[in-house]
Design a protein around this ligand. Sequence first.
Ligand SMILES: [Zn+2]
Length: 388
Amino acid sequence: MKRRSFLQLTGLAGLAAGVPSAAALGAAPEHEAKAATPGKAAASQKPASPETILLKDYRPKSIFKIPITEVAKARYPVIDMHSHPYAKTPQQVDEWVRNMDEVGVAKTVILTMSTGAAFDDIQRKYGKYPERFEMWCGFDLTGYDKPGFGPGTMKELERCKQVGARGVGEIHGKGQGLRSGKSSAPGMHPDDARMDAIWEKCGELGMPISLHVADPIWMYQKMDRFNDGLMNAFYWRLDNQPNIVDLSGMIDILERTLARHRNTTFVACHFANLDYDLARLGEVLERNPNLYADISARYAETAPIPRFAAQFYEKHADRLVYGTDMGFDKPMYHITFRILESLDEHFYEIEQFSYHWSLNGLGLNDAVLKQVYHDNAAKLLASRGQRA
Ligand SMILES: [Zn+2]
């Protein structure tokens, strides 16, 4: 799934509605402006030039005659630690499994964010392939603002575990409070005392938590010509949100949560959104042995800095786990493998990621790839069996 269609599907792209799709724009011929019919906006009648081409329409093609690496199958069997119930019909579930076979994904963790009947439905839908998918449930945060909150949430957690949930996620804490799918708790952050017993319970039950804290740094910055990630930042903007804890504040909250619950394992989604400051993420990982980070949906964000990113992967190879978070089509998997495995330079995947910049492969070595694709996740998932 392309990022832009993902935005539209999730209904998060209010501003994207009415904007022509990137694909449609990409398909327009270069001399589109010349062919413009009378009655179109004056701007479109000017010949194409840097004055008239909008950043959102920019589709440069690499001029370099250099090797292109096609990675149709991952070098090692993959455990995808970050996906969602994208397949809606039994046929789509079958198709997903065929795609996983072809690209080399052994198992996919489906972060349902759901509880109750909604969780049970998803569990049933994927029940045909218990070895290929595992379901993680959400939290029911109902009553978070009333006395007596906690036991009800934990009871539903135990029930979900009984019907098959193996972990919890994706739980969001983007700065305004916790959210689990449709259930939300404005103002209650992960380190809130009201959450203490619940995180502890997850540890007791051997259920790791996939926790999404903050969002990319560009979304908190001014939406102007200096914003490096403007194309995505604008759609997911947070700079206009009142009463929001900023990115750095959310990392502090994450660390306080981790320190208080050492018997509970957390997976920070998307490099904890510290892909722009991997050195800080390294420190957070070093201070907190109960933390892993997934690399999902941050490929285009790390591919611009291939050398620094590869060094980071090497240094923390035992704590990073593969994830996608972008649907289940084969080209999507191929792009992630190309970025992790190849040393290709200056290639574009604008339709997939919606950034205007070019990407580079990280060229991770075999040992690192094996850990990130598979071994770390396998260890994390196996450690659950030793508890409750
Ligand atoms: Zn996700």
